[in-house]
Design a protein around this ligand. Structure first.
Ligand code: DGL
Length: 277
């Protein structure tokens, strides 16, 4: 299909997935930036968390998620999960034969844009940190930048439990951020899409521990911007300017997922469908 300026348009939905709730932080930015796009989201709530699993297992789960979303005749896939983006992006591209956008490169770009000193801290899951994906992505963009990465595995279960404020998340975040004391980073990347839900706590602790001017960045907004540019370049953008639909699918516990999604996105999400991978 083409619009009045003869640019090709594509009405098919975009697939987005994560192990659980975290990818909604990316969905929120995509809907803000591209309100006309239809989205189908998959949260693999039966298997969350992915972050401490082996690369083989993450690749297996990611392929199953990709296949599930491909059944919705999507035009492209956004991997709204750093862990999967770190280890399974290429496999998904080959498997699905469609454009696949991850969150690590946009996150690295946001970090390089934010840092003044070139010293960047990253917190992420154990697998993301072990993969070295952030240091690789950052150094391909800025040869003078240094990345110090810390695994913060307990933050994902806190988010999935909805434990976003108060004493317990603060103590856990303090423990992790303390490991960056003395690393002289001026920018902290939330290298897991669950972490922006804990942003107020993380920001408070980071500023207290690492310095008041510490910049906290996440990849959600940068990913939405790259997605918008990509869709335009490839003639894949929707002709609609607004009212894009959001369909949410999960592999377990649809009611609680729907309730958190509505709270987080600020609107009703309709029936959350359970899918079997
Ligand atoms: N939200 C995901 C990420 O960005 C995965 C977290 C997990 O399942 O451990 O890494």
């Amino acid at each position: 299909m083409t619009d009045q300026d003869n640019r090709p348009r594509d009405a098919r939905p975009i697939g987005v997935f994560d192990s659980g709730l975290g990818g909604l932080t990316v969905v929120r930015e995509i809907r803000e930036k591209l309100p006309g796009e239809d989205l189908v989201y998959l949260g693999d709530t039966a298997r969350v968390p992915y972050g401490a699993r082996s690369s083989e297992t993450i690749v297996r789960y990611a392929r199953a998620c990709g296949r599930s979303l491909a059944r919705h005749k999507i035009k492209m896939l956004v991997v709204a999960c750093n862990t999967v983006s770190a280890v399974a992006l290429d496999v998904l591209r080959v498997d699905l034969d469609m454009p696949v956008l991850g969150v690590i490169e946009p996150g690295a770009r946001a970090a390089v844009a934010a840092t003044r000193t070139g010293r960047v801290g990253v917190i992420g899951t154990t697998s993301t940190v072990a993969s070295g994906a952030y240091p690789r992505a950052v150094s391909s963009l800025a040869t003078k930048a240094d990345v110090v990465s810390i695994a913060a595995p307990l933050l994902v279960p806190l988010v999935e439990e909805g434990w976003l404020e108060g004493e317990v998340p603060t103590l856990v975040v303090e423990r992790y951020i303390d490991a960056l004391r003395g690393a002289s980073v001026d920018t902290l990347v939330l290298g897991c899409t669950h972490y922006p839900m804990l942003r107020p706590v993380i920001e408070r602790v980071a500023r207290r521990t690492l310095g008041e001017s510490t910049r906290v960045v996440d990849s959600a907004e940068a990913t939405a911007n790259e997605l918008a540019a990509f869709l335009e370049e490839r003639g894949l953008a929707s002709a609609k300017q607004r009212d894009g639909a959001l369909k949410i699918t999960v592999t377990d516990r649809p009611q609680s997922f729907g309730a958190v999604a509505e709270r987080f996105l600020g609107h009703s999400v309709g029936d959350v469908e359970v899918v079997d991978l």
